[in-house]
Design a protein around this ligand. Structure first.
Ligand code: AGP
Length: 607
């Protein structure tokens, strides 16, 4: 999704902007541009396609002099990914240049109004309306023009603004789209994502909705939407530059798969204290939990599948009904949510527009919200009543891996915590489950180590169409495995609850059809085995996934991927890893752009 960077200081701005944009590449984009200002005014350079083209066009920034500028990577929404539609956009008088993340919902009405005022549009974007509004409202006071413009906008926006009349000041404003200010020494920055700032500074200010910032080389001032000066807290980023780099791996996705043991350890260890689970700085009392009539989990994509898997753990250990809802559906439904509902909102980025909207909808119905979020200071983390950070570190690849397994780790921890508080998990069972959970990082490492044969299996099973099947928590793994395969290898993959095959899907099984059968739920293994037998009888080629030592599976499947033993309720966190690797190697074999799959964005900040 779109990315924003801004710089003001004494150095040449363009190389810094280009470097920042490269840090944001992982978010997904289809065009890029920069605007840099010097004594001759504002100069804009933009291209469709990759940042490498922009670097070439600007001689790595050397051709665009000036020490103040803004940059953007665009993921097309309004208008095709062309040079003209790329940001920055200039006002007709050339005085303002802007970059924008988000969507202006009332842009058509604004566009008509501005055209009748005589403004000429170059692009098809919603963004261009903003720059013409700035020109319209400007009477010598830039901050006032920004405030008046912001007041006309409906929708979401993070804006970076240059004005030729303020040669040493960058302006920024946000509403429902992230923007972070970076504090340097004699220079300052902004970016839509902290990963573009960590190479320069660890000291940041998170801009809130409705706030406007003015940055010069030596100062940062933040105002509310009425123009009142605000005192903003400075936060310290703990991510290192190395954490956002590939570290010798061919792709971020592979690096992040390999980081899962450490990431899950980072998620679990600080919350486990001598046989006790502690939920950071909040506690859910037994009384509070007894008043909870149901738990709603809402999220999108893989985070939703983490929720599907978490549901089994919570229902099993807490005996509380759990409803898992796609955020994009919940936000427009009639959610059966009230003050007795506990809502778990899951999001790696914490910025997913649908998930934020679902959170707000549940809040409006009186529910208590717990965010399960990776990115510190993100919108969901701030909106939730309580936040459980997943501590996975920066996840750069568009396809989530460590983000997903750390979400599962937190859901398991939560289930065990609540189950124990409510007395629904007995002490002996609790101790055994806790022991098993503590071993999860070690078991993840074993899972990675024992699956050296996956590149070869990917070669054998990757085909134009694949089926993933499983029951119960294995079904959640099948859903995530199929999504991984689709999003990075562009192969068609369907996931089915194994028992559903005979209700229609089995008609698609023909000679040689690959079926990936997840079979790690020991109680249901015989049931899934019957489904394996059924598809094999119709010619399918079956790759099964099971606990080490499962002899029955070996006798029925064509190939088996093993994972180490763990309590079944936690097995999804291990079982998903071979499927991540299978998708990775299938995509690599096809030569796909693994870290930046086509049409996808890391953080889906628009609806
Ligand atoms: C996962 O590989 C996907 N890229 C996608 O489904 C993702 O999980 C979804 O967009 C939700 O993102 P979030 O966790 O940042 O909210």
């Amino acid at each position: 999704m779109c990315g924003i960077v801004g710089f003001v200081g004494k150095q040449s701005a363009a190389p810094i902007l280009l470097k920042g944009l490269k840090q944001l590449e992982y978010r997904g984009y289809d065009s890029a541009g920069i605007a840099v200002m010097d004594a001759d005014g504002i100069r804009v350079e933009k291209v469709s396609g990759r940042i490498a083209r922009l670097c070439e066009k600007t001689e790595n920034g050397a051709a665009v002099p000036g020490s103040i500028g803004i940059g953007h990577t665009r993921w097309a929404t309004h208008g095709a990914p062309t040079d003209v539609n790329a940001h920055p956009h200039l006002s007709n008088d050339g005085r303002f240049a802007i970059v924008h993340n988000g969507i202006i919902e009332n842009y058509l009405a604004l566009r008509e109004e501005l055209i009748s005022d005589g403004y000429v549009f170059q692009s098809e974007t919603d963004t261009e309306t903003i720059v013409h509004l700035l020109e319209k409202y400007y009477d010598g006071d830039i901050k006032a023009a920004v405030m008046k413009t912001a007041a006309r906008l409906e929708g979401s926006y993070a804006l970076g603004i240059l004005c030729a009349d303020a040669p040493d000041t960058l302006y920024a404003v946000r509403e429902a789209s992230p923007l972070i200010l970076g504090i340097g020494v004699g220079e300052n920055y902004f970016a839509s994502d902290v990963t573009a700032l960590v190479a320069h500074t660890k000291n940041v200010i998170y801009l809130e909705d409705g706030e406007i910032a003015a940055l010069t080389p030596g100062s940062i001032e933040v105002y509310d939407c009425t123009g009142q000066r605000l005192q903003k807290p400075i936060s310290r980023v703990t991510w290192s530059v190395e954490a956002a780099e590939k570290g010798g791996y061919e792709h971020f996705m592979l690096k992040e798969i390999m980081e899962q043991p450490a990431a899950v350890k980072a998620a679990l260890a600080p919350r486990l204290h001598e046989g006790e689970i502690r939920l950071d700085d909040f506690e859910l009392s037994e009384e509070t939990l007894r008043s909870v009539s149901k738990i709603v989990i809402t999220a999108c994509g893989s985070a939703y599948y983490a929720g599907c898997s978490g549901r089994y753990a919570i229902e099993k250990l807490c005996h509380i009904p759990v409803q898992v809802e796609l955020a994009s559906e919940l936000r427009y439904g009639e959610p059966m949510v009230d003050e007795h509902t506990l809502v778990l909102v899951i999001s790696q980025s914490g910025e997913t527009a649908d998930t934020i909207a679902a959170l707000k909808e549940c809040r409006a119905h009186g529910a208590t919200i717990i965010g399960i979020v990776n990115v510190v200071g993100s919108t969901i983390a701030k909106l939730a009543d309580h936040t459980l950070y997943t501590w996975a570190g920066p996840e750069i690849a568009v396809a989530t891996t460590k983000g997903f397994t750390t979400q599962l780790a937190i859901l398991y921890l939560f289930a065990l915590y609540v189950g124990k508080k409510l007395g629904r998990v007995e002490q002996a069972q609790y101790a055994a489950l806790l022991r098993s959970l503590k071993l999860l990082p070690k078991r993840l490492q074993e899972t990675i180590d024992m699956n050296y044969q996956i590149p070869a299996l990917a070669g054998r099973y990757a085909s134009q169409s694949l089926f993933f099947i499983g029951r119960n928590t294995d079904y959640a793994v099948a859903l995530e495995g199929a999504l991984k395969m689709k999003e990075i290898s562009y192969l068609h993959a369907e996931s089915y609850a194994a028992g559903e095959l005979k209700h229609g899907t089995i008609a698609l099984i023909d000679e040689g059809q690959p079926v990936i059968a997840v079979c790690c739920n020991e109680a249901l293994c015989d049931k899934t085995l019957s489904n394996i037998v059924e598809v094999k009888a119709r010619g399918a080629k079956v790759l099964a996934l099971a606990f080490r030592g499962n002899k029955k599976i070996v006798s029925q499947a064509d190939d088996v991927i093993f994972i180490p033993q763990i309590e079944t309720v936690f097995s999804a966190a291990l079982a998903v890893v071979p499927l991540q690797l299978l998708a990775y190697y299938a995509a690599r074999e096809k030569g796909c752009d693994i870290d930046k799959p086509k049409n996808l964005a890391k953080s889906v900040t628009v609806e």
